[in-house]
Design a protein around this ligand. Structure first.
Ligand SMILES: NC(=O)c1ccc[n+]([C@@H]2O[C@H](COP(=O)([O-])OP(=O)(O)OC[C@H]3O[C@@H](n4cnc5c(N)ncnc54)[C@H](OP(=O)(O)O)[C@@H]3O)[C@@H](O)[C@H]2O)c1
Length: 330
């Protein structure tokens, strides 16, 4: 049996949707010793009922000094708090895996617009999408883990845009389950509002649009929708192929980009569904090209709480610390 050099880790936001997923997986991770799970400062110690017999410790109030002594800290908290504590913790020692959007945008003007509480980070930030930034993760101190909607869009589109196969005018039509909005209900996410309904929101005003464009390298029209599911994201992506680009080029480019990828499953003409990826760290990507060879439609699915949040962060942690990429994730 392989033994690993175990790292001391902590989770902040352990009572939230992504935090519970982090604790669930880190509690059984052969390379992680989960020594601290924290919630809001001043909160009472709490148990996580869903994790009985998996992790029976208590979630305790936020204590930055305790976290500073660890090897790695996962931040599953609102971006305003991550903006404050992420760089400060990373400067004190631990490597920080931030699930929030606080430091994902490299462009200062865009960051100021979408994350006005985020300061200019005083240490380098690595964008946390393992499939794209594997080489940088080895040295990374502050990892801005990729957002949920952006993960599916970037994994689908970035190789094709980089290969010059697509015309401008890409559309990402995205649907998310309600856990994407976190555990605190709002009028929009209230059961009686969303059950039996479906709503578009954030048209031309969702922060993930800027993140997708940053990583894909071209403009996209991004339209998110809230659907009556607890978890999962499905994105239908529409793009025109450039003259001279073929369906075979699309297939060959995606296959080359994800040869050996641990968590990207190319399904080709068999279009993926949310149920195929729920509770897993997979991003499934399928696609078809119209009979005239010009219109590409892709369908990508992830679990927003796993490949879109906790699983992605652990995948980044694994690569950052030299563990097998899928350790604790299968
Ligand atoms: N949900 C998703 O699908 C998803 C996907 C990707 C990224 N993210 C990002 O991940 C982060 C967490 O999202 P979530 O949906 O898991 O959130 P959530 O369910 O709303 O949970 C938020 C967590 O943050 C804690 N928290 C709030 N304010 C705090 C404070 N001042 N000090 C310490 N802890 C505090 C809460 O603790 P208490 O219980 O003590 O209040 C709770 O544990 C967010 O930045 C979000 O944008 C979420």
């Amino acid at each position: 049996m392989h033994t690993y050099s175990v790292r001391k880790v902590g989770v902040v936001g352990a009572t939230g949707y992504s935090g519970v997923e982090l604790v669930r997986r880190l509690a059984n991770h052969p390379g992680a010793d989960l020594v601290a799970a924290m919630g809001s400062a001043g909160s009472e110690p709490r148990r996580i009922p869903a994790l009985r017999q998996i992790w029976d410790e208590s979630v305790v109030p936020l204590d930055l000094d305790r976290l500073a002594a660890l090897d790695a800290v996962f931040l599953a908290v609102p971006d305003t708090l991550a903006a404050e504590v992420g760089p400060a913790l990373a400067a004190r020692g631990p490597r920080v895996f931030d699930l929030s959007g606080a430091f994902r945008l490299r462009d200062k003007a865009l960051r100021n617009r979408w994350y006005p509480h985020s300061p200019d980070p005083e240490l380098p930030v690595t964008y946390g999408l393992t499939e794209r930034y594997r080489e940088e993760l080895g040295e990374a101190r502050l990892v801005a883990c990729a957002g949920c909607y952006p993960t599916a869009a970037i994994l689908s589109l970035q190789p094709l845009v980089a290969a010059g196969l697509l015309e401008p005018g890409i559309i990402v039509d995205a649907k998310s389950g309600v856990s994407g909005a976190g555990k605190t209900p709002t009028e929009r996410t209230h059961f009686s509002e969303i059950h039996g309904s479906m709503a578009a929101y954030g048209l031309f005003s969702h922060r993930h649009g800027a993140e997708i464009e940053q990583e894909v390298g071209t403009d996209v029209t991004f339209v998110p929708h809230l659907v009556p599911l607890d978890r999962g994201i499905l994105e239908t992506i529409y793009a025109r192929l450039r003259p001279g680009a073929s369906a075979e080029d699309v297939t060959a480019t995606l296959q080359a980009a994800y040869a050996g990828a641990a968590f990207v499953r190319l399904t080709g003409a068999d279009l993926p569904e949310i149920k195929h990826v729920a509770h897993t760290n997979f991003c499934d990507i399928g696609w078809r090209v119209s009979p005239d060879g010009r219109q590409l439609v892709m369908v990508a699915c992830i679990d927003n709480l796993v490949k879109g949040a906790a699983g992605q962060a652990i995948q980044n942690f694994n690569v950052a610390f030299g563990f097998p990429e899928a350790l604790g994730l299968n």
